[in-house]
Write a protein that binds this ligand. Structure first.
Ligand code: ADP
Ligand code: MG
Length: 232
């Protein structure tokens, strides 16, 4: 199995502010899979993504990527692993304001031993004509395309997306999700994405629902997802 999430538990705080966020998450994701995480606000979706990405540690359980357990890696190796093999896309684009579209994307290739061809990537992202523009000369959708380019240019094993379309209107969101689907097919990156956009049901290979710290549903692409399960 490519990505194995086993018995993950996580709580925050103590006393009155104690929250038991993840109460034992088990999930297996295959290489190249496009997996979507759904769940109400505060259900621990971002926490789980951060644990998969090695940004945050779990209280119990393990994350194993291609047979290697994240918890066993020394800090330096983990940091290198994150830079080389994990891509992150957030709701906020966090582009570098004084770098062009192309330069912002090239920053992402830093440390990668197998970067994608930037010209081809710019073409796929629909940014070729805009490559010399600065972020403030772009629409929100174009800025997010640039941020996606920065995350994917290193050709990461895993692309973690935390509500990547949260700041965009419905149609632009759909375009961005379609673009991520295209990249998933083209480059075969494994994707774990949190989103509320219902267009995702036609794109995802797996849809997982989190609630009260547990996985309550786990649908695979051949299963029809009841409409009620796509909303909260
Ligand atoms: P989601 O992404 O599903 O909205 P989060 O994973 O962001 O949920 O948060 C889950 C719960 O954990 C929330 O109650 C949140 O307040 C709490 N939480 C997340 N990160 C921290 C932190 N660093 N310190 C304290 N509480 C946190
Ligand atoms: Mg979140």
């Amino acid at each position: 199995m490519f990505l194995e999430i086993k018995g993950i538990k996580k709580s925050f705080g103590a006393g009155e502010s104690y929250v038991d966020v993840l109460k034992g998450i088990d999930l297996e994701i295959e290489k190249g899979e496009f997996c979507v995480l759904l769940g109400p606000s505060g259900s621990g979706k971002s926490t789980l993504l951060n644990i998969i990405g090695g940004i945050d540690g779990a209280d119990a359980g393990s994350i194993t990527i291609q047979g290697e357990q994240l918890g066993d890696m020394k800090e330096k190796k983990l940091s290198l692993y994150r830079r080389k093999h994990l891509g992150y896309i957030f709701q906020m684009y966090n582009l570098i304001p004084n770098l062009t579209v192309r330069e912002n994307i090239e920053v992402g290739a830093y440390l990668s031993d197998r970067p994608l061809d930037v010209d081809e990537l710019l073409e796929t992202l629909g940014l070729y004509e805009h490559q010399r523009k600065l972020p403030n000369q772009l629409s929100g959708g174009q800025q997010q395309r640039t941020a996606i380019g920065r995350a994917i240019v290193k050709n990461p094993d895993i692309l973690l997306c935390d509500e990547p379309t949260g700041a965009l209107d419905y149609n632009t969101s759909k375009e961005i999700l379609k673009l991520i689907e295209t990249l998933n097919h083209k480059y075969g990156n494994t994707i774990v994405m949190v989103t509320h956009n219902d267009a995702i049901k036609d794109m995802a290979d797996r849809v997982v629902k989190l609630r009260d710290g547990m996985i309550r549903r786990n649908y695979q692409n051949e299963q029809k997802i009841p409409a009620a399960d796509l909303e909260w």
